[in-house]
Design a protein around this ligand. Structure first.
Ligand code: GDP
Ligand code: GDP
Length: 455
């Protein structure tokens, strides 16, 4: 008789813990058009920029890993966050807040070809309030002849202004030497607020289901978020949004707000963009518009999230538009079209009125907790032993496939490998999945089970 192995001494492929071996977080701030993006690209170099542009790369667009003469640091790029004309002040305020929250030290970029402006001075007063060390870069001084123009910025009271040309690379090395020396000496205040430590959320659904409305509703709850700034120079742009008093990184909110999908012929692009957002996320909030029939496109977006193995919360939006008859229709639909995802939490809400949005946080937390969950090999095997004893696999051609041993190979989402003496029927696999869910509670996350037949 085969014995069940127990114990947790198996090799596990869980290497997701990031080791931060950088000296700290440096933010590049400044008003629009001074050359922040150009400077960031110059620092990162072309190679890094290309890596970042690969769709599906699970990295935060806001923070980059960078290196200068052997010193590794994180670079917070606020260059993509631009404001419409009347929003410039709020953009500047938000940038300064981002710098305060995310960085250990700051490079303030000003435009030497324009000279000192009132906006520059507003940024400076906010930066000063933050207490973070600041280096001033006076950009667009493309030739040596122009360098003297940097002197004007001594009046900011932030020490020596460094003339640079982000476009041509002039002076950027000297600037980085100074800024990094400051960063190394700076207190590590960025702490856990770094976006790479925030949980990543993709808000997805076909056009018009209410994604931007929900985003607006959530952003309205907390004024400290990076709201109402649409990306113009760099795609995609993520945003820190508070849900239930906690910050989350919402992926590619620029794509949601710009409503690219509403332009003709943009469907293909919009579905690629959805896929990319899902790939970069940990949790997908899948929205449906309950006031109209659920379409294949709705279900396709949901499948994209499930198939990518993301934690999922289903949102039935526009609930305010339903009458009794409509509510019955939705419940019937839930029993049929959604039986693939009975494990997911569903929240009926109204993005427009805010009704039930307070239920999101708990569902999001639960889904991610289960997505991260690990069942010990000991518990797993004793449980599978019990269910197999109570419900053995049906005989097939006189033989009975048996489970020898199982282990959870990984988390995010939970993946199980089961070693057996023969192929398991589809219905028996479903039975195992349901039993695992009943026993261990994987609400909100897909789980994957692969069967490995031992001869
Ligand atoms: P951001 O809005 O601060 O990110 O600014 P961008 O990096 O998008 O640059 C704004 C404009 O300034 C672009 O047209 C750049 O090409 C230009 N620019 C940026 N750096 C320099 C520079 O060093 N010299 C000159 N002449 N133009 C620059
Ligand atoms: P998106 O394309 O997914 O970003 O959808 P929008 O947020 O632009 O919403 C599309 C339309 O649905 C807009 O006219 C919204 O005002 C409306 N809408 C969104 N959420 C709700 C809701 O909860 N109730 C009602 N009645 N209308 C909504």
């Amino acid at each position: 008789d085969e014995a069940y192995l127990t114990g947790d001494d198996l090799t596990e492929d869980d290497t997701e813990d990031e080791v931060d071996d950088t000296v700290g977080v440096l933010a590049i701030v400044g008003r629009p058009n001074v050359g922040k993006s150009t400077l960031v690209n110059r620092i990162l170099g072309r190679r890094a920029a290309i890596v970042e542009d690969t769709p599906g790369v699970t990295r935060d667009r806001v923070t980059y890993e960078a290196e200068w003469t052997g010193t590794r640091f994180q670079l917070v790029d606020t260059g993509g966050w631009e404001a419409d004309v009347e929003g410039i002040d709020s953009a500047i305020a938000s940038q300064a807040q981002i710098a305060v929250q995310l960085a250990d030290a700051v490079v303030l970029v000003v435009d030497g070809s324009v000279g000192l402006t009132a906006s520059d001075e507003r940024i400076v007063s906010m930066l000063r309030a933050s207490g973070k060390p600041v280096t001033v870069a006076v950009n667009k001084l493309d030739t040596q002849m122009l360098e003297y123009q940097a002197a004007e910025f001594w009046s900011l009271g932030l020490g020596e202004p460094y003339p640079i040309s982000a476009m041509h690379g002039r002076g950027v090395g000297d600037l980085l030497d100074v800024a990094l020396e400051m960063l190394v000496k700076a207190e590590r205040t960025s702490g856990l607020l770094t976006p790479s430590h925030l949980r990543r959320v993709a808000l997805v659904g076909r056009p018009n289901v209410g994604k931007s409305s929900l985003l607006n509703q959530l952003s309205g709850e907390n004024r400290a978020v990076v709201s109402d700034i649409a990306g113009t120079t760099r795609d995609p742009v993520d945003e820190v949004v508070s849900v239930g008093g906690e910050d989350w990184l919402f992926i590619d909110t620029a794509g949601i707000k710009r409503r690219l999908h509403k332009q003709s012929g943009a469907d293909y692009y919009s579905s690629l963009r959805t896929q990319a957002a899902i790939e970069r996320s940990e949790l997908a909030l899948v929205l449906f518009d309950v006031s109209v029939p659920i379409s294949d496109q709705d279900l396709k977006v949901m499948s994209q999230a499930v198939d990518a193995g993301r934690a999922v919360v289903l949102i039935f939006n526009k609930w305010d538009l339903l009458d009794d008859f409509g509510r019955q229709r939705i419940e019937r639909l839930w029993e049929t079209e959604f039986n693939r995802v009975t494990w997911a939490q569903r929240i009926n809400l109204s993005a427009k009125t805010g009704w039930h949005t307070n239920r999101l946080k708990l569902a999001m937390d639960t889904a991610l907790e289960n997505w991260d969950k690990r069942v010990s090999t000991g518990r797993l095997n004793s449980f599978l032993g019990q269910i197999q004893a109570a419900h053995p696999h049906p005989l097939r051609g006189g033989k009975q496939p048996r489970i020898l041993f199982a282990t959870q190979a990984s988390t995010r989402p939970p993946r199980f490998v089961i070693f057996t003496t023969g192929f398991l029927d589809h219905s028996y696999r479903r039975f195992i999945e349901h039993s695992l869910r009943d026993e261990f509670g994987f609400e909100g996350t897909p789980i994957q089970i692969s069967v490995n037949v031992r001869e």
